[in-house]
Write a protein that binds this ligand. Structure first.
Ligand SMILES: NC(=O)c1ccc[n+]([C@@H]2O[C@H](COP(=O)([O-])OP(=O)(O)OC[C@H]3O[C@@H](n4cnc5c(N)ncnc54)[C@H](OP(=O)(O)O)[C@@H]3O)[C@@H](O)[C@H]2O)c1
Length: 313
């Protein structure tokens, strides 16, 4: 089985390392046949990226003829491109897609899934929400459970800032600290304004409720102008909550009491609570980090090789 990796940054390098270091029976016949970045295509599997050809990922599909494309390239939240066109083209040719890049799925979930279904190909995307913490892949092992609502903390940067603010720091001090520790990007806008969490709850809504919505349908509010003093006086905390049920999906800062499980989910941790007709399940884990995201894609690859798919697909 031939893989083509698209993007060879922090996550791409960690994925390649996992593939070489983890001895898994399913992976015996899997090899990296090409790696594509903005600098071109490398037609071999080596640690140092040295392009053989100056071509893009779409052109590289013809050159490499992979069985699976693993997209670990930067996200474009305006159009999802060039990853979106790459997925559609690959899926139409029966090439499976694994991705850590949430932009195409947050924007065009319906189009991507329908293309996969009508061509008998598969798309796996665990790492797009909570990285290696199985937010999406958990759904694979809850057959026939009627999920009523999901809610969670899906952005580590804002959770870190809110945690530090509850310990006495100002918003600006907490943001600066998060940037120094590498938890926040130099331009943290899409985390702070709730957009990143909105993209993730969009994808989860589509998986858990078959909603087929786009991020453009989701109302979101961030923590840019947040005031947490009154909540703290009441012994509560403010958390940026992402929520979805069969009818609505939103992201907004909310006051959380001590009795709420999410009250103790602090720092860069993420959490997801799934309420169903059978029981409530809560998972907590890291929502970012190159190894975590790479593991999300790596676990997807093994599930794909085991013949799995999401229920309903
Ligand atoms: N890091 C995390 O914790 C994390 C967690 C979950 C999901 N993700 C997602 O995973 C993806 C990769 O993240 P990262 O941290 O590895 O980013 P990164 O270190 O910035 O690497 C991005 C890679 O994408 C390549 N790239 C950009 N545009 C491309 C294009 N049009 N065609 C082919 N390659 C292209 C870059 O090429 P050059 O090398 O030529 O610049 C680079 O190799 C992103 O979508 C991110 O949102 C990351």
């Amino acid at each position: 089985m031939k893989l083509m990796l698209v993007g060879y940054g922090n996550v791409g390098k960690a994925f390649r390392k996992l593939l070489h270091e983890k001895k898994v029976k399913e992976l015996e016949n899997v090899k990296i046949a090409g790696i594509v970045t903005t600098r071109g295509l490398m037609l071999k599997d080596q640690e140092e990226f040295v392009p053989d050809k100056k071509i893009n990922a779409l052109e590289a599909l013809d050159e490499v003829q992979p069985d699976v494309v693993v997209d670990m390239a930067s996200a474009n939240y305006n159009t999802g491109e060039p990853s979106l066109s790459l997925y559609l083209s690959a899926l139409k040719r029966g090439i499976h897609v694994i991705t850590t890049n949430k932009a195409p799925l947050a924007l065009k979930y319906k189009e991507i899934i329908n293309t996969a279904i009508s061509h008998g190909s598969k798309i796996f995307f665990q790492a797009t929400v909570m990285s290696g913490t199985p937010s999406i892949n958990l759904y694979r092992i809850l057959p026939a459970m009627k999920v009523r609502k999901i809610r969670g903390i899906l952005n580590g940067t804002t959770n870190y800032i809110l945690t530090r603010m509850s310990q006495g720091l100002s918003f600006n001090e907490a943001l600066k600290e998060a940037q120094e520790l590498g938890y926040a990007e130099r331009d943290p806008t899409l985390d702070i304004n709730g957009f990143d969490a909105a993209g993730k709850i969009t994808i989860l809504s589509n998986v858990y409720f078959s909603r087929y919505i786009s991020i453009n349908d989701v109302k979101f509010e961030g923590i840019g102008n947040i005031e947490i003093g009154d909540a703290l006086k009441r012994g509560n905390k403010i958390k940026l909550i992402a929520y979805a049920d069969e009818k609505e999906t939103y992201v907004k800062p909310m006051e959380i009491t001590k009795e709420d499980f999410l009250y103790n989910v602090d720092g860069v941790n993420n959490a997801l609570e799934i309420e169903s007709d059978i029981q409530k399940i809560t998972i907590v884990g890291p929502g970012a980090g190159p190894l975590n995201a790479a593991y999300g894609a790596f676990s997807d690859l093994i599930l794909l090789l085991r013949g799995e798919n999401l229920p309903g697909l």
